[in-house]
Design a protein around this ligand. Structure first.
Ligand SMILES: [Mg+2]
Length: 260
């Protein structure tokens, strides 16, 4: 790989290149009892079930590698979790700077215990580009099981007082929408392989855990400011090696993983 700048023809807007901005203030409580109850409320919403069922019906996982029975599943976000896409079209930084340090160490250390898939909030063509730059396709050993993009996400609604939205007829509710990565789409697509007991979702946006807070592991966003000092994936690897021994990953509170 080189650090040469490039132009992608037919590029969609830069909005599709990058995911949401971050608000890391007070987001470490994403697995609180209140958040778990909110997730349960979402699932009781007929609107959420309707959207979920339609997404599940159209989902066809494109397997790139054979899953290894008995291994747990890591659902890995891309942007700011393992790669920094900020100003990707404007700055010709060397690609190796943008790849989060210790990613290859993490993959090699965990492959005995985990398979992984990628799930990005960006459009498919950008995911392909980023995967190439990261080197995901350089060896079949590093292929993810499958890749999901923003089209596999959906939003769940909540009112301004943070309750699931079930407005009465004629009622006007101030709706806040949040896009989520719903792991149940994976679980219901291949129930013989994966469930909430053996799946972990690594992301730098806690809101993506909205429907599965018990399975989320929040990492700090990887950005240019910490290119030289970032050791998040080394610490995460040590944590995941400990979690690998659990029969049910939801028996641990992963929102406090940095304190354990
Ligand atoms: Mg991200």
């Amino acid at each position: 790989m080189t650090g040469d700048a490039f132009i992608v023809l037919g590029t969609p807007s830069e909005e599709q290149l990058q995911c949401d901005n971050h608000d890391h203030r007070s987001c470490y409580g994403y697995n609180s009892k209140a958040c778990q109850e909110r997730a349960a409320d979402y699932w009781r919403s007929s609107n959420v079930m309707k959207v979920f069922n339609s997404r599940l019906k159209r989902l066809r996982l494109q397997w790139m590698r054979t899953p290894q029975p008995g291994k747990k599943l890591l659902v890995l976000d891309i942007d700011h979790t393992i790669y920094d896409c900020t100003n990707m079209l404007k700055e010709s930084l060397h690609d190796s700077c943008r790849i989060r340090p210790h990613l290859s160490t993490m993959f090699s250390s965990l492959k005995e215990y985990y398979d992984y898939c990628l799930w990005s909030q960006t459009a498919w063509q950008w995911i392909e580009t980023k995967c190439s730059l990261i080197g995901i396709y350089e060896s079949c050993q590093s292929y993810p099981l499958f890749i999901l993009d923003r089209s596999n996400m959906f939003s769940v609604g909540k009112s301004s007082n943070d309750q699931a939205v079930e407005p009465a007829a004629g009622e006007i509710v101030e709706v806040v929408r949040r896009n989520v990565k719903c792991l149940r789409l994976i679980w219901d697509s291949c129930p013989e392989l994966y469930s909430e007991k053996n799946t972990l979702h690594i992301d730098d946006l806690h809101k993506n855990f909205g429907l599965n807070p018990k399975n989320g592991i929040l990492v700090s966003p990887y950005r240019k400011a910490n290119y030289d000092t970032d050791t998040e994936l080394l610490k995460l690897t040590q944590y995941l090696l400990r979690v690998a021994k659990l029969d049910d990953v939801t028996t641990m509170d992963h929102s406090t993983w940095k304190n354990t």
